[in-house]
Every structure is written in C-alpha cells, then in structure tokens.
Design a protein around this ligand. Structure first.
Ligand code: ADP
Ligand code: MG
Length: 365
C-alpha cells in the first residue's frame, strides 16, 4: 500500500486566522493587561486604575486619564493593524511609543467581550462602544452597534469581560484566579516602578482596598518603597553607566551609545529569591543571561542561599536591539551584549564594594 495522497491546501477563514493570531498575543489576563497599560502610557496618562474580577478572567477593567480616543476612530479601533502611532515604515526607527502594531485591541476583541468608553478634551461627553471579533457590536441584542453617548471624564476606560469564552483550550490552560491575579499584580508593580510619575492602583472588584497603590509624581526609589516596603528601600544603592560612540572611535567601529541605571540592594538585604526587573528602552523584558551575571556579583557578598533585589533600566540604540517587535518576544538579545553586561556588572560591583568598605570603616572608628 502507498501513503495516502496529499490533502488539498485551503485558505483559512479570516476569523480563524484572527483568533489564532490573538492567541499568540493574549496568553492570559496579565498579557492583556500589559498591552492595556502600555496603551494608557502611550496616551500620556498620569493615573491608571485597574479593577479585576476572578483573576481577570471575568473582568479586567482599566481606566486612564490620557488623551482619549476620537469618536470618529471608534469604528476601526478594534480592527487589526489600525494604529495612531506610526504612519510609515521609517517611523519604526524613531519609535517613542510602546505600541505601533495596532494588534492588541483587535486581539482582545477576538477572545473576549470588550467595551471602550472614552472622552477627549474637546468632546462634551464620553462615547461608549462594544466590540467583538474586530468590529463594533450592539451592547444588547437588537440595539444598534453605533457608539453611544455616555457619562465619563477625560480619558479612556476599557473593560475586558469573559476572556477566552470562545477559546476553551486557552481558558483551561489558565491557573486559578489567585495565580492569575498574582501575575496581574506583578505586571502592575513592575510598570509602576518604571513609571513612578504615574499613579497606579489595582484592586479586586470584591474589595475597596487596592492591592497596589502608588501616588503620581514619585521617583523610582519612592515607588520601590511603596511597593516592596521600607526593608528593601533602606538598603538600596544606585548606579549609572553610560557609553558614547566617541569612546570607541579608535576601537571597534560598530559600537553604539548606550546607558543604564540601576537600583539594587546592598549587602544588608537578603531575600529568598532574586527580584529582578529589567527594562530595555522602557519595555519590560526578560534576560536569564543578565540576571545570572548580576546574581554572580552578589556571590561572596550575600550569605549563601540569599538573593538581592535589582532594578535595571537600559537605554540602547534602537538599531542594536530588537525588543518586543513581536509582543511575545520577551527574552532579548542585543549588539555587544557581553561587553555591555560586563560594564554594568563592574559598576554595580564597585558600588557594592565601596558601600561595604565604608561600613567596615564606620565600624572600626
Ligand atoms: P497600538 O498600541 O499598537 O497602536 P492597540 O491595538 O493597542 O495598537 O491600540 C490601537 C489604537 O487605539 C492606538 O493606536 C490608540 O490610538 C488607541 N488607543 C488604545 N488604547 C488607548 C488609550 N488607553 N487611550 C487612548 N488611545 C488608545
Ligand atoms: Mg497598544
């Protein structure tokens, strides 16, 4: 017997394609929230309020006081590849926003019920619209899908309900609401530390007391104190490193400018597990490699089995890094990675050594 003949190749339906694509971007409530927070920051918000029901699976609501969305843009808001952030390819090389793909709201609308209420400064009232599968839908059966006038303050509120109601495999891959909520708090906490000028709150619908709450107009160390407590805050050190192209004129010719700043705990602080926050060009990313290098500095400084807290924010030449071009790409690599990491580690180490020798000196005198 011979193998069966090939099956015909068929074009997938648009709706199937879109649902698959949505699943690549929105893995769980916390990944939807990350996209929504980035949109608020892009909109210039100074206050971001998050409300969560059942770990975000029932409801994930986010309210900002940013620029709002124009009523005339609401009909295409949840279509794939619609964005206000870039208009041509060359804009990509001078990107100053988190967003540019125009895929987040579309993706959310393919895997959840999404309601947007928004008011710009020049609107006399807010406009409210419901979305499903990339398009406006009526709030109730039989009603019109057109945006409706609503009460509201300047800014945007987005409610995401019944996440993955139409993708049962995704839904069943989620952990319980406690674990999903913990992931949500983790995302909020990290963005709140990196954006201390913005006030963040996050609470469950069942509670009036927020689990995360930061005031606006803080500094990074103040935000760390707010969110991780005074024990970490009192043992924080700070270091910056920068590198300009000129330094390399007579060395390698492919070097680029970069800078980094770090807030990290000293020898007095020891946690069970390392807390590591890494931002590259303001994007929250992961790098097992950088984490390991940084942990290495603390060997011999901290008691065995204990770990530091480290916040590291790096600014790299956009041409040397390809961060988050796809939203699921969290693990990053960049040009001259080894040399850059070494410079950062050396700086942090010097600062730790200087601090501990001044402590020894204090003790002796
Ligand atoms: P992107 O952020 O890549 O542009 P999104 O799907 O996340 O794509 O958002 C689409 C568009 O919707 C944005 O370009 C922006 O114009 C608008 N938008 C989304 N969220 C907000 C918000 N919170 N405030 C103001 N505008 C928003
Ligand atoms: Mg976006």
């Amino acid at each position: 017997d011979s193998a069966p003949g090939p099956l015909p190749i068929r074009r997938l339906q648009e709706s199937v394609i879109n649902r698959i694509a949505a699943g690549e971007i929105i893995h769980r409530p916390a990944s939807a929230l990350k996209e929504l927070i980035e949109n608020c920051l892009d909109a210039g918000a100074t206050s971001i309020r998050i409300t969560v029901k059942e770990g975000g699976m029932k409801l994930l609501q986010i309210q900002d006081d940013g620029c709002g969305i124009r009523k005339s843009d609401l009909p295409i808001l949840a279509e794939r590849f619609t964005t206000s952030k870039i208009s041509n390819f060359s804009d990509l090389s001078k990107l100053t926003t988190y967003g540019f793909r125009g895929e987040a709201l579309a993706s959310i609308s393919y895997v959840a019920n999404m309601t947007v209420t928004s008011k710009t400064k020049s609107d006399s009232c807010a406009w409210k619209a419901c979305y499903s599968d990339g398009a406006l839908v009526p709030a109730k059966e039989g009603a019109s899908a057109e945006p409706k006038a609503a009460a509201g303050t300047d800014g945007t509120t987005i409610a995401v309900e019944n996440l993955f109601y139409n993708t049962p495999t995704r839904l069943s891959a989620l952990r319980g609401s406690a674990e999903e909520y913990a992931r949500i708090l983790d995302v909020v906490t990290k963005y709140a530390i990196h954006n201390p000028h913005v006030a963040f709150t996050c609470r469950k619908t069942s509670s009036n007391t927020p689990d995360v709450s930061t005031p606006s107009g803080s500094t990074v160390p103040q935000a760390i104190r707010h969110l991780y407590g005074p024990t970490i805050a009192k043992d924080l050190l700070y270091a910056t490193v920068s590198h300009t192209e000129e330094e390399d004129r007579n060395g390698s010719d492919d070097a680029t400018s970069w800078s980094a700043e770090a807030h990290f705990t000293n020898a007095n602080y020891h946690a069970k597990k390392t807390v590591f926050l890494l931002f590259i060009n303001h994007r929250l990313v992961e790098s097992a490699h950088i984490k390991k290098a940084l942990e290495g500095i603390y060997i011999g400084i901290l008691p065995k089995g204990t770990s530091p807290f480290i916040y590291l924010s790096m600014q790299l030449d956009p041409s040397s890094v390809d961060v988050n071009v796809h939203p699921t790409k969290r693990e990053v690599h960049f040009l001259d990675e080894e040399a850059v990491i070494e410079r950062i580690c050396n700086t942090i180490q010097e600062s730790l050594v200087a601090q501990s020798s001044s402590r020894a000196f204090d003790y002796q005198t």
